[in-house]
Design a protein around this ligand. Structure first.
Ligand SMILES: Nc1ncnc2c1ncn2[C@@H]1O[C@H](COP(=O)(O)OP(=O)(O)OP(=O)(O)O)[C@@H](O)[C@H]1O
Length: 307
């Protein structure tokens, strides 16, 4: 889908290399989460793939069309939900959707029918005659998604769809995103810096940092390959640490041991330590988070940077 995609910005004397050579292939019907800290280049990549920004170098084919040679073809086939609201403040939601349909060449009756369909799809029918400035953050986000769906795209880009929403609204947005996937078999590419969302919702996670892809796979695969499970033991007597045979990291009173499968390793370790007379007062089997994966790859944590 993309080959060597690059985007630089020039500002006076400095050059910002926002995207530094991205190669990515996304298949039909995939749900892909692009995960990275602030400034990683996610929005710039999206803006190139949705033809809002020309690449400095490289190529990309989106929904079968080249982003540089056939931007109109790309735009006709994709939907894009950016970080800014797409509907005007003071027009009724349904009217905005009809206008959007008309701008895609639909007849008035066709656009009205489609507006009602997308209102229903995003559970917005009761709000159809409200203006966006009277809606909650989560409701407005659903209007943004509805605007991106009017022309029936097969592929939808969502740039941080849940950022800034309270946990309840975030869960609601995700219900709707997953519904699009289930009921319309859409290809969904979204960006997020919420680690647990990428982990739970997407079957493929692409981690991006400083404008480059640094990992790509299922969350489970990334965890296993790049971070590994840990068991965490608290010993009754710190001096007993010297009697642990495996390599470990000590954090205060606790000992962290890297293992391939924490659930099966934990009882084995407890039995061995018991037999050696080492008293363990607490024990935990820990699966790494995607933040641990990011830490293993970069030495930094996404969560700290997002905060
Ligand atoms: N128009 C621009 N002019 C100059 N620099 C820009 C421009 N747009 C983006 N950048 C820079 O490019 C880099 C990547 O920004 P981008 O918005 O793509 O990151 P992001 O991963 O989407 O971050 P966020 O999660 O904060 O939205 C940043 O250093 C940013 O400051």
């Amino acid at each position: 889908m993309t080959a060597g995609l690059v985007r630089h910005f020039r500002m006076k004397k400095t050059k910002v290399e926002a995207v530094r050579g991205v190669d990515m292939d996304i298949g039909d019907g995939e749900l892909v989460a692009l995960l990275g800290p602030n400034g990683a280049g996610k929005s710039t990549l999206f803006r190139m793939l949705t033809t809002l920004l020309p690449p400095t170098a490289g190529t990309a084919t989106v929904a079968g069309c080249d982003i540089t040679r056939d931007p109109d073809g790309v735009r006709a086939r994709i939907g894009y939900v950016g970080q800014n609201h797409s509907a005007g403040e003071n027009f009724r939601v349904r009217d905005e959707l009809v206008t959007q349909g008309r701008s895609h060449g639909m007849t008035r009756a066709g656009a009205a029918r489609r507006a009602d369909e997308v209102l229903d799809l995003l559970s917005l029918t009761p709000l159809a005659n409200r203006t966006p400035n009277t809606l909650s953050g989560g409701q407005r986000r659903r209007v943004d998604i509805a605007m991106g769906l009017v022309h029936r795209p097969a592929l939808l880009f969502l740039d941080e769809p849940s950022t800034g929403l309270d946990p309840h609204s975030r869960a609601e947005i995700w219900d709707h995103i997953l519904r699009l996937r289930r009921e319309l078999a859409m290809t969904l590419v979204l960006s997020t810096h919420y680690l647990e969302e990428a982990d739970r919702m997407a079957e493929r996670v692409v981690i991006i940092d400083h404008g480059r892809i640094i990992a790509d796979g299922t969350a489970d695969r990334l965890r296993k390959d790049l971070a590994g499970d840990r068991i965490v033991l608290t010993l009754d007597n710190r001096a007993d640490m010297a009697r642990i045979a495996e390599p470990f990291d000590a954090h205060g009173d606790t000992v962290h041991i890297r293992v391939p499968d924490a659930a099966t390793a934990l009882p084995r370790h407890l039995r061995a330590l018991d037999a050696a007379g080492v008293k363990v007062v607490a024990a935990q089997a820990l699966q790494p988070t995607l933040d641990d994966v990011f830490l293993a790859l970069t030495g930094r944590r996404i969560e700290q940077e997002a905060a």
